[in-house]
Design a protein around this ligand. Structure first.
Ligand code: GDP
Ligand code: GDP
Length: 442
């Protein structure tokens, strides 16, 4: 799966609807069809409220808001909140209902909330398992959300129509800025100091546009300039917006982080030095990595721990251990309170953006390949040796390379890893993931 092209940002599609209409069934249907074709990533469960999906070559992030739940809350409140979250965070909203239950009060409540959204809404009616039931969907016109699309999560029918409707609402690139503008997001769980960092950065630099309205989401971006370079902090409002109950919910903050990461070139993962690393930190960081975005790890509140001469190295060691797949991410120790090294964040963002766009000539790559295979010969798998004939770069952001081989099955993770390490030693790809794809030489 090539994710070529600069500034690519995936649209976020949210599923909303009352319980038991089949949201997670539909979610899994859409996801699994992709998994079967594109990736070998089993075990999609309800814990996973989001996943990448694609239809007709268009990629998007699908979110099942039914999975965003709260303790001590009546069902109706839960659902209202889920719908509000969808309005705030999604580019396209799919309201799902169920033909067997007809139009219920809860359906009407949800529809009323969705009227407020200034974004595309699609109405899908599930459990239309047979032709008669497909005729029953006309009741749902009363919701005032346009033509209902009949689907059956059980049988998989109607999903093509639903997906066609979804992707027809995508309006190309979500970002409105020019290409010279570097977009980054500040990501992390509540209280790590995200809004303090934003304030500190904006206090030090010339703000050009504060609170620029996003095109499709209610997100608000802020543009500033430093040394002639323009930067956008994605979703500044979301970072500062505080206090709503649901914003303390982990799955909600994960979802908001996803939409911010999708709109960014570089994600700054903020860790609280006074607390250390917890599971939630890793979850969000993993998403940025998978999305192929640039990643910087900022350890904030560095003014808090009492320091010995080794404490920084110790912390680095722990981070490297906990975030093994992010071995390429630079780590910066900052304090939003004192302003210490806050400006380094901005310089690092610029470096990472450069590295994401780095192109290496094929001749140089093939010299490297020759040296690399000399140091560590290609492995023998079941008596068959991997042969690599040629390597070429096919995309930037993230840098993506294709190796032409005798048999792609023979290029295992460990040898791929070795090649990636060789590339990192020879070229500056700090802060960006690198992808290597194997293709059979014809
Ligand atoms: P959610 O609460 O909205 O996520 O709903 P689920 O996906 O958990 O589905 C609720 C129930 O409806 C489950 O028992 C499903 O097996 C069933 N269900 C889902 N899709 C269909 C469908 O297309 N037809 C029928 N007859 N049942 C379905
Ligand atoms: P957010 O929820 O991630 O946006 O976090 P905030 O920026 O609201 O900060 C949470 C708390 O941590 C506030 O009380 C801040 O004053 C405090 N805080 C933020 N950055 C620092 C820092 O660098 N050092 C110290 N000591 N406190 C900080």
């Amino acid at each position: 799966m090539l994710k070529g092209g600069d500034n690519m940002s995936l649209p976020v599609v949210a599923l909303v609807g009352r319980p038991n209409v089949g949201k997670s069934t539909i979610f899994n249907r859409i996801i699994n069809s992709r998994v079967a074709i594109v990736e070998d990533q089993p075990g999609v469960t309800r814990d996973r409220i989001y996943a990448n999906a694609q239809w007709m070559g268009k990629q998007f992030v699908l979110v099942d808001t039914g999975g965003i739940t709260f303790e001590d809350n009546v069902i109706e409140e839960q659902i209202k909140t889920q719908a509000e979250i969808a309005i705030n965070e999604a580019d396209v909203i799919v309201m799902l209902s169920d033909v067997t239950g007809h139009v219920t009060n809860l359906d009407e409540t949800i529809a009323k909330i969705l009227y407020k959204a200034k974004k595309p809404i699609i109405l899908a009616i599930n459990k239309a398992d047979n032709p008669e039931q497909r005729n029953d969907i006309y009741d749902f016109y009363s919701l005032g959300l346009g033509d209902p699309i009949p689907v059956s999560g059980s049988h998989g029918t109607g999903l093509g129509d639903l997906l066609d409707a979804i992707v027809s609402k995508f309006n190309g690139n979500n970002t409105t800025d020019d290409d010279n503008n570097i977009r980054f997001s500040i990501i992390g769980r509540p209280n790590v100091g995200k809004s303090s960092i934003v304030n500190s950065i904006l206090g030090e630099n010339r703000v050009i546009v504060a609170d620029m309205e996003g095109t499709t989401r209610d997100a608000i971006d802020t543009i500033f300039e430093k040394d002639g370079q323009k930067y956008t902090i994605v979703d500044t409002a979301g970072i500062r917006r505080k206090g709503k109950v649901y914003e303390k919910v982990e799955k909600y903050s994960v979802m908001r982080s996803i939409s911010a990461i999708e709109q960014s070139d570089v994600a700054i993962i903020v860790i609280d030095a006074s607390v250390g690393i917890i599971e939630q930190d890793k979850h969000i960081a993993g998403y940025a990595h998978d999305a192929g975005k640039g990643v910087i790890i900022a350890v904030n509140k560095w003014d808090v721990p009492s320091k010995t001469t080794t404490s920084m190295q110790d912390f680095v060691k722990v981070i490297r251990q906990e975030f093994q797949y992010l071995d390429y991410a630079p780590i910066v120790f900052v304090s939003a309170k004192t302003g210490q090294r806050i400006e380094d964040i901005v310089s690092l963002v610029k470096n990472v953006k450069e590295n994401q766009q780095r192109r290496i000539q094929s001749s140089v790559l093939n010299d490297l390949l020759l040296d690399a295979t000399r140091i560590t010969p290609t492995p023998l798998v079941n008596g068959k040796r991997l042969r690599i004939y040629y390597m070429t770069q096919v995309a930037v952001v993230p840098p993506t390379f294709v190796v032409f081989v005798n048999d792609p099955e023979l290029l295992h993770f460990s040898y791929k890893r070795f090649l990636i390490n060789q590339m990192r030693q020879n070229f500056n790809f700090e802060g960006t993931p690198i992808k290597i794809l194997a293709r059979k030489r014809k």
